[in-house]
Design a protein around this ligand. Sequence first.
Ligand code: DGJ
Length: 557
Amino acid sequence: MTTASFPHLLKHIAVPAIAAAALCSSAQAKEHPIPQLVKRDGRYALFVDDAPYFILGAQVNNSSGWPALLPQVWPAMEFMHANTVEIPVYWEQLEPKPGQFDYSVVDALLAGARSHQLRLVLLWFGTWKNGNPHYLPEWMKLDTEHYPRVTDERGRPTDSPSPFATATLEEDTRAFAAFMAHLKMADPQHTVIMVQVENEPGTGGNMRDHSPQAEKLFASPVPSEILKAMHVQPSDSPPNWRDAFGRDAEVCFHNWAVAKYIGHVAAAGKAAYPLPIYVNAAPGTDRGAALRDTNKPNGLARYEEGGPSGNNLPIWKTAAPALDMICPDNYARDATGYIKDLDTYHRDDNALYIPETGGSPRFFFFALGHQAIGFSPFGMDFTKTRDIPDAARPKDELLTPWAKTGTKEFIAPFAATYRLINPMSREIARLNFEGKLQATAEQQGQLAQDLPFGKWSAVVSYGVWARYARPVGNPEPMGSALVAQLNDHQFLVAGFYSRVDFRPADPEKHRQFLRVEEGVYENGAFKFLRLLNGDQTDGGLDFSSDPLVLRVSVAIY
Ligand code: DGJ
């Protein structure tokens, strides 16, 4: 059923039926409160069914969101142990003719996710998809006069939609609002927990729009709220973009234009149905969204200019207040780059969510340690879109993670981590929200790390090959650990390829293990399996390739 047809149907429903429906929907709302981002004591959580929820996510390949392909999606989620799947919704499919909406694909996603006990994050592939207008409906693609592209410096149209195109903005706003209204009606149980608006917006290879309208605005005064947000010193006459931002003027200008546009679309969507809505930032230099190289104002060929890179977040927060989060697509290959991205987007005014990622599965623990509300590797399904001969594969697979997407081989490394976390994901989300959890992973050359918990420190070390040996590091960085404080002297500990021990804050004292319980989480509760002791604990608590969860009680002597 379409939203367009819904008001028309209402005429035929008798008044008592409407009252009953209203009662029923308010009962449903109570039973299934709408997912929302909650901030408490400076920390964020995504509340789903009224409790913190950690998104153990997986994003499917770009063309896998069609009903015929879904049989290759759901088993991949089971194999990976994901609790949430990110799937695109294609504007070109949703609105094949102006104002005519086809919700059959969205409804198939809802039904499929429900029958596989999965939640959904839907990705609105609208005006921008990786900076391009490729998902506009055909009737818009064919009419570039009405729905213009960014104009380059030489006056030529580019393969990127103009953020000043009023008609495109109106169409996107209307379509996105209709889609959200449909979700509100079709998904009272909140299978969909968040929505991403657009995908990696911005413009590759061009700094900004040079259309006559854009030129005029570029030479006009910068809105005062943007000056304030970017801490530009006040001056006697209101500065234009060049005066205010010098060599970064074009970047700031395009950010403002794109943010305003998307903020408008998001606001209309939220007015229809107030689910959390976020935007994702394309990876920049070194494949981390935060790492746009500000020393190179020109020549950023592979970066989507105008997308929310770390240095421009205040512009986005100001120009697009309807967005709940600005999220980094984090494809950084090394731990330093990865962490820099997390640091940049984990802000007091921004909850951290990683809507796309690749690389080492141990990066999950960096994200958790930065209080992320979720994590979603990209390319997770069994559609195997391309077969690249081994010999033709780049040496560093991480550079082109999509070269192997759609295969078991690609998903397997993440599956162990998700298998560990999934049964206790609610507990993990709660402990993180309450500030009781810390997590970390191995970095090149760092043999041990301290996680302070008041009277105790958890000491995580890597490559300890004998009972009382010193750590030498794993052959390559692969270790990880999470530690959560359950009460003063009791901790939940899990991880891979690491050793965890506890040290009292008082250097004169020593720790003793009172109880090291191995267990499994079932229905959200720790179920005791056995006590570990002797060889299994004398040197510390060892974590290897298999998921292992310990509840550890320590004492001082
Ligand atoms: C980032 C984009 O957001 C995704 O949709 C996809 O295109 C990946 N890059 C790589 O294929």
